[in-house]
Design a protein around this ligand. Structure first.
Ligand SMILES: C[S@@+](CC[C@H](N)C(=O)[O-])C[C@H]1O[C@@H](n2cnc3c(N)ncnc32)[C@H](O)[C@@H]1O
Length: 220
């Protein structure tokens, strides 16, 4: 169907129920563990791009609203974008108590519903491993377009150069090419992330590599 990407079909299927959605977002459906993981994500955002009370913040690939649930009370407006309408349904329920939240369905490769220069901070966490490299870069460019001058961008992925990232790579490589599942996580490297951010126009591009992650951020 024109306008439909494999991302949409795959992720709508994975998010058919809330439990299945949580399993594919986090690997578990335990709310206490989810909260612990979210505290780590919030801390990562604080030490990289910062979280300001006046911010309009947008998440690319927001899933069930794991981060939005706890970020919305800290900012002026939180916008969650996702390719899967089913994810957004779960997010709408999770975020129902918040009046400063908007949910937007994407086509899987751009943010066309979001006006130019309208957002203070954009982040994308635990999503790049599910995207083709071209689509990662497409979202970095879209983030640049929708950010106000001085706006901040954050992204992460599993780091191929870490021990855990290499294990992930080997686990995927173990599938014979003719029977690879549609969902295999794909790592990034520091030069890949740095290149996307710089090529998109971001300034002050920085990276860190905590544990399995490569984290990149920059300013428009
Ligand atoms: C592992 S989950 C992470 C969700 C959320 N960022 C979090 O950390 O809780 C990956 C999310 O990316 C979304 N996604 C996958 N491909 C996408 C694409 N091409 N464009 C936008 N979202 C996408 C999925 O629907 C899913 O909600």
């Amino acid at each position: 169907m024109p306008g439909t990407t494999p991302y949409k079909q795959n992720w709508n299927a994975l998010a058919a129920t809330e439990e299945s959605a949580l399993l594919h977002v986090a690997g578990y459906a335990d709310e206490a563990k989810l909260r612990e993981a979210t505290d780590i994500t919030l801390e990562m955002l604080r030490i990289t791009i910062g979280i300001q009370p006046d911010d309009t913040m947008l998440e690319i690939g927001c899933g069930v609203g794991r981060v939005g649930e706890h970020l919305a009370p800290l900012v002026r407006t939180w916008i969650g974008c996702d390719v899967a309408d089913n994810m957004l349904k779960h997010a709408a329920r999770r975020l129902a108590a918040h009046t400063n939240v908007q949910l937007v369905a994407t086509n899987g490769y751009d943010l066309q519903a979001i006006p130019d220069a309208s957002i203070d901070a954009v982040y994308c966490t635990v999503v790049f491993m599910h995207l083709e490299e071209w689509d990662r870069y497409a979202y970095v460019r879209e983030a640049y377009r929708i950010l106000r001058p001085g706006g901040r961008f954050f992204c992460d992925n599993a780091n191929l150069e870490s021990e855990e990232g290499w294990k992930l790579f080997q686990a995927s490589a173990a599938f014979p090419p003719d029977s690879r599942p549609q969902h295999l996580s794909r790592c990034s490297t520091v030069p890949e992330i740095t290149t996307y951010l710089r090529r998109a126009g971001f300034q002050n591009v920085q990276t860190i590599t905590p544990g399995v992650w490569v984290v990149g951020w920059g300013r428009k």
